[in-house]
Ligand binder design. Structure first.
Ligand code: UDP
Length: 489
């Protein structure tokens, strides 16, 4: 007897760890819990693939925790060079979208040449909509979007084509139907500045969301109840405009016993008391100015709290998009070059500085971690919540200000920090010391930690069998299986 053929799903990730990690985890979940077969396509740039030590390469080569290859086929696409396609100084969304677009001919030819049955469903993330026509329509796949941020950002982005951006610039608040008004200053440049190159590209992507049969969002109902209610309402969904929205998160990387990278920080954590260590990290693309690194170092030292700080070479431009895309960052800079004199020796035993990259999920899930000073990338945010860790937001780019305000003002798991109120300011050492003490040893910190632990349980419940996010994926899987049997797709 032959085993029944499983419905085959294609997922096309966008470059950048913040996109690749959740796409890989979604793929694993569809294979392990929903009886589907998945091919995950991962675009690479010429320089990211040539560096064997980049986190992306490490992640994609550590395949031990993956399901068997015939069920989850992970394809690292041939590297593309976008230097002749978009100017090097382009904004990040333009560059990410260009890498995906330039990779599409390879995706097409791999599907054409494959001996396997052609996938019947295509899932791309928010920057991958060029694939709808070039791959989805070409192979008659049904199209879905995997939105690797939250419902609030999705609603804003989907509503953007209906807005006059010039008018928006003169308003303090943005009102999306059915959703809580958001401060315009909390929107990333690509949302709020029509003259920013990213804006037109993001609007182009957003217009296409409605062509899909559904949007999977990496969040859970209890995290954004108001926006979830709004987007589940047919009337409101028509105004925004969006297809059916499915909350499927929190989909995050699970901690592994032997992670890649500097693991000495894990054995150091083993020796520290519960909830006593602040983790400080700004994601893959975030860098601080030299002056801000100095203030942060002093702030940490003055707070006298334990910390692990993932430190990247300072840069006066907050975002080095080449770092984000994996073109750089594999090197091991010497942190003492950009820290105040004597900092490392004065904080020895109390703090640990790790250059460039650390096993974040393993760190956040360690019982000794009691707070997270974070750039509030959406994956980092979910990882913090799922581990019940309160946050100090330090948003830098993209939708991170929006995430930060949500965490401090709505969800109640983060302190409100001055970096949220004014762009480009240098936050002084005393202010940093105050926030760190507040989260790590103050009453407010305790309240936030309790709230974070409560959300942790809700989040874990959502993805457990029978939870709301698990059920969303089951519903989708049933639909895909049914459609594929009826030959509808
Ligand atoms: N990450 C990590 N180690 C680091 C920095 C980041 O493992 O030193 C992981 C982190 O756990 C998260 C992802 O990379 O899963 C970053 O995604 P996020 O959306 O938070 O931020 P981005 O890097 O996209 O700005």
């Amino acid at each position: 007897t032959s085993t029944p053929r499983k419905t085959h799903i294609a997922i096309l990730a966008s470059p950048g760890m913040g996109h690749i990690i959740p796409s890989l985890e979604l793929a694993k979940s569809l294979v392990s819990h929903h009886d589907l077969k998945v091919t995950l396509f991962v675009p690479t740039t010429s320089s990211s693939s040539s560096e064997s030590s980049t986190p992306q390469t490490q992640l994609l080569t550590s395949l031990s925790s993956l399901p068997p290859q015939d069920l989850l086929n992970l394809i690292n696409l041939p590297p593309v060079d976008i230097s002749n396609v978009v100017p090097t100084e382009s904004h990040l969304a333009i560059r990410i979208s260009a890498v995906v677009r330039e990779s599409l001919p390879s995706v097409r030819s791999i599907i054409e040449k494959s001996q396997q049955q052609v996938p019947t469903v295509l899932i791309t993330d928010m920057f991958g909509t060029d694939a709808f026509e070039i791959i989805g329509d070409a192979f008659q796949m049904s199209k879905y979007l995997f939105f690797t941020s939250n419902l609030s950002a999705l609603a804003i982005l989907a509503y953007m084509p209906k807005l006059d951006p010039m008018e928006l610039m003169n308003e303090p608040l943005l009102r999306v139907p059915g959703c809580k008004p958001v401060r315009v200053e909390d929107l990333g440049d690509s949302f709020s500045y029509p003259n920013c190159g990213d804006h037109a590209r993001m609007v182009q992507h957003a217009r296409r969301y409605v062509q899909t049969s559904g949007v999977l969002v990496n969040t859970f109902e209890d995290l954004e109840p108001e926006t979830h209610r709004a987007l589940s309402d047919d009337e409101i969904a028509r105004l925004i405009p969006l297809p059916r929205v499915y909350t499927v998160g929190p989909i995050i990387k699970s901690a592994v016993a032997s992670p890649e990278g500097p693991i000495h920080c894990l054995s150091w954590l083993d020796m520290q008391p519960h909830d006593s260590v602040l983790f400080v990290s700004f994601g893959r693309g975030g860098t601080l100015s030299a002056e801000q690194v100095t203030e942060l170092a002093w702030g940490l030292e003055l707070s006298q709290q334990r910390f692990i700080w993932v430190l990247r070479k300072p840069n006066d431009i907050t975002l080095v998009s080449s770092t984000y895309l994996g073109d750089a960052g594999g090197g091991q800079d010497d942190p003492s070059e950009f820290l105040p004199d004597g900092f490392l020796s004065r904080t020895r035993g109390v703090g640990l500085v790790v250059p460039n990259w650390a096993p974040q999920v393993e760190i956040l899930s360690h019982a000794s971690i009691g707070g997270f000073l974070s750039h509030c990338g959406w994956n980092s945010t979910l990882e913090s919540i799922v581990n019940g860790v309160p946050m100090i937001p330090w948003p830098l780019f993209a939708e991170q200000r929006l995430n930060a305000s949500m965490l401090s003002d709505d969800i109640g798991v983060a302190v409100r920090s001055p970096i949220q109120s004014s762009k480009g300011v240098i936050v002084g050492r005393e202010e940093i010391e105050r926030m760190v003490r507040l989260v790590m040893e103050g009453e407010e910190g305790k309240v936030m930690r309790r709230r974070a632990k409560e959300l942790k349980n809700n989040g874990l419940g959502a993805v457990a069998k029978g939870g709301s996010s698990y059920n969303s994926l089951s519903q989708l899987a049933d639909k895909w299986n049914g459609d594929s049997e009826c030959g509808l797709i």
